[in-house]
Ligand binder design. Structure first.
Ligand code: C5P
Length: 202
C-alpha cells in the first residue's frame, strides 16, 4: 500500500490524541504520538541527562513508559522542545514514520508545519484553555491526582505559551490544515469530521 500521511497538530488536551487513534484505527494506519519523543527526552533530563545527548541516543521503541504521562514530564518535555538540536535529532525518525507504506497518523505540535508539510490530510485540533484544563483535570482526578483545576489551568497556559512562542518550530495552524475546535464538540463528532476530511483527501 502507498504512503498516506495524516498530520495532526494542536495544544495539550484538545483531543488530538483521541482523534489520531480513532483515525488510525478506522483506516488501519500506524499511529505515532510524537509528544512521547519529547516526553522521553524530558524524563531523561529530570534524571540529570543532557537533552541533546539524550535526544540523539533515544530509542523510540522505549516509548511506552507510563511515567511519561505525568505533569512534571510534560513540563520537562516542553522545556527540551525549545532546543533546535533536540528537534533536529528527532526529525528523521518522525519523517520515516510518516512515509511508511500503508499509511501513518502523527500527532504533535509541528507535524503539518515541519515534519510532514506534504501530508495528504492536515488538522489543527484546538479548544479553549478552560475546556482543555477541565478535561485534563478530570482525567488526572480519575487517576487519583489531587491537583486543583486552577493548577492544571496554569500548567496548560504555561505550556501553550512555551510551545507557541518558541523560535524552533512554534505551534501554529498550518496553512491548508482543517481547524477542528472541539470546545463545544463531542469527541464522536470531532472524530467523524476528521474521518470525513481524510476520506475526501484520499
Ligand atoms: O503532546 P504532548 O503533551 O505529549 O507533548 C509534550 C510536549 O512536547 C509539548 O508541550 C511540546 O512542547 C513538545 N512537542 C513538540 N512537538 C511535537 C510534539 C510535542 O514540541 N511534535
Amino acid at each position: 500500500a502507498p504512503a498516506f500521511t495524516v498530520a495532526i497538530d494542536g495544544p495539550a488536551a484538545a483531543g488530538k490524541g483521541t482523534i489520531a487513534r480513532a483515525v488510525a484505527r478506522h483506516f488501519g494506519f500506524a499511529h505515532l504520538d510524537t509528544g512521547l519523543l519529547y516526553r522521553a527526552v524530558g524524563a531523561l533530563t529530570l534524571d540529570g541527562a543532557d537533552p541533546v545527548t539524550a535526544a540523539r541516543a533515544l530509542d523510540p521503541r522505549a516509548l511506552e513508559d507510563a511515567r511519561l504521562r505525568t505533569a512534571n514530564v510534560a513540563q520537562a518535555a516542553s522545556r527540551v522542545a525549545v532546543i533546535p538540536e533536540v528537534r533536529a535529532a528527532l526529525l528523521e525518525f518522525q519523517r520515516g514514520f510518516a512515509r511508511r507504506p500503508g499509511g501513518a497518523v502523527l500527532d504533535g505540535r509541528d507535524i503539518c508545519t515541519v515534519i510532514s508539510p506534504g501530508a495528504e490530510a492536515q488538522f489543527f485540533v484546538t479548544a479553549s484553555p478552560d475546556v482543555r484544563a477541565d478535561r485534563r483535570w478530570r482525567e488526572l482526578r480519575d487517576k487519583g491526582d489531587t491537583r486543583t483545576l486552577g493548577e492544571v489551568l496554569d500548567d496548560v497556559i504555561a505550556r501553550d505559551a512555551r510551545d507557541s512562542q518558541r523560535d524552533a518550530a512554534p505551534m501554529r495552524p498550518a496553512e491548508g490544515s482543517m481547524v477542528l475546535d472541539t470546545s463545544e464538540m463531542s469527541i464522536d463528532a470531532a472524530v467523524a469530521a476528521a474521518i470525513a476530511h481524510v476520506e475526501a483527501r484520499g
